[in-house]
Design a protein around this ligand. Structure first.
Ligand SMILES: [Zn+2]
Length: 451
């Protein structure tokens, strides 16, 4: 039997599945992933797969469910997990040109909330899984497909629930999830960034204390003034100190190896903390905000609190700081950096913290992902990437799984991918699916099956 699927048919099938998944409204909050999970259950059952031997559905709360399917290998190697979330972020319906839950196919694009983040990729993972089943791929390791809940609102009902309550279901050596290997246009280049790291979260409250009093008798020791000065110092500093992580080092050196002089030289300069600021000035038109986020802990003031009444000078004023820390940095490191900026006299209260993650760029799976992505677009630049935010990967890390963000495909020129995920008029070109499926298939075939 030929193991090469018919890509035209596979693409059409993926598009049909994606349309159905978009029609299942799984906006989080509240989540309600059940209808999407039932669609996947139905697809698996039509394929002859049965519960509980081939897949199970586990519920963390009413309507909040996760489906985990497994194709068994001969046990030579530990499993590979393909994990995708089926919840989506809310929509502002009136700003959309089409029904966000219609799943319509228009001019070669599948429209709807989740097309990019990440039901489109779930449909592609599912297709690859079905293909492995149909072709009886001689697996040396189990292939696990996890369609999960709650990525968009804190992981509790999805990856966290699985890692803490059902670890046996997702136990794997490696895993793939969202966040990488699709086309990102940058100047004259097309970048394919495979996600290998995520920043951690350090949320805290910065508190200024002052002298209370009657507002009709103003004085300078007002807590609001102190807090305003601290916030202004954060603004003027522009960023916290630079730290170069192994991921950033790898990203810069791999990118430099794929471009011509003198850009290659400039790129290498990005990994040298003492010249990085000069290099950023020379690299006009580059995503400076992103580069800064990848080389520093960040600190963003968000929620302000002070006072109860217009005519009372409050004794205390505070601001929430959404800080994101680089892998290798501790919450205490970030607190020290913030206090070094604001000066003494402020109190910091931790609000929430979660670890980031950093996975190796020299593992056999990473090397394979890199190799196959190059085939997708021989002129494209393939690099490892750190995500400034968090995905399920940082949760799976706690179960010892090495995760990469890998949802490969080539996007047409000018397709505004970065503004459409979580934005209005989210949609996925069918040509993306058609280009990405063979790449995903080759990865699964080479990594999981006997040659
Ligand atoms: Zn997502």
């Amino acid at each position: 039997m030929s193991t090469q699927p018919n890509w035209g048919e596979a693409t059409q099938e993926t598009v049909n599945h994606l349309s159905r998944l978009i029609q299942a409204e799984t906006v989080n909050p509240p989540g309600n992933e059940l209808p999407a999970i039932l669609i996947i259950k139905d697809i698996l059952e039509k394929e002859g797969l049965r519960s509980p031997e081939d897949f199970v559905i586990v519920e963390s709360a009413p309507q909040r469910v996760n489906l985990i399917a497994r194709l068994r290998g001969d046990g030579s190697w530990r499993p590979l997990l393909l994990s995708g979330h089926v919840d989506v972020v809310p929509v502002e319906r009136e700003k959309w040109s089409r029904d966000p839950f219609g799943g319509e196919v228009v001019n070669g694009e599948v429209w709807g909330r989740g097309a990019l983040d990440m039901k489109g990729f779930v449909a592609m993972y599912l297709q690859t899984f079905l293909q492995a089943h149909r072709t009886k791929l001689p697996l040396k390791r189990d292939l696990i497909l996890a369609a999960i809940a709650d990525e968009e609102a804190g992981f509790d009902h999805g990856s966290k629930f699985l890692v803490t309550q059902h670890r046996d279901l997702i136990e794997a050596e490696y895993g793939l999830t969202e966040g990488g290997a699709f086309t990102i246009p940058l100047g004259q280049w097309r970048i394919y960034a495979i996600q290998v790291a995520e920043k951690g979260v350090t949320w805290m409250k910065l508190i200024a204390q002052g002298k209370p009093g009657h507002a009709s008798l103003p004085h300078e020791e007002n807590a609001v003034f102190y807090l305003a000065q601290a916030i202004e110092k954060i603004r003027r500093a522009a960023h916290l100190p630079v730290h170069i992580t192994p991921t950033f080092q790898a990203m810069v050196s791999k990118a430099a190896a794929q471009v011509k002089f003198p850009t290659s030289l400039l790129l290498r300069g990005l990994a040298l903390p003492w010249v990085v600021n000069q290099v950023l000035k020379l690299l006009k038109g580059y995503p400076k905000t992103l580069l800064t986020a990848l080389t520093t802990n960040t600190c963003t003031p968000t929620v302000l609190q002070a006072g109860q009444k217009t005519n009372v000078i409050p004794a205390e004023a505070s601001v929430h700081l959404d800080c994101r820390r680089l892998p290798g940095q501790t919450p205490e490191d970030v607190m020290k950096e913030v206090l070094a900026l604001t000066g003494e006299g402020f109190r910091l209260e931790p609000l929430d913290t979660s670890p980031g993650a950093e996975f190796p760029t020299d593992s056999p799976l990473y090397r394979l992902l890199e190799e196959e992505t190059h085939k997708l677009d021989p002129q494209g630049i393939v690099i490892p990437m750190m995500m400034p935010g968090a995905t399920d990967a940082c949760v799976y890390r706690e179960a010892g799984i090495t995760m990469y963000g890998f949802t490969p495909g080539r996007l047409p020129e000018g397709f505004p991918v970065l503004s459409l995920a979580h934005g209005h008029d989210e949609r996925l070109p069918i040509s993306f699916i058609e280009s990405g499926l063979p790449v995903l298939w080759e990865v699964i075939r080479k990594f999981c099956a006997a040659p």
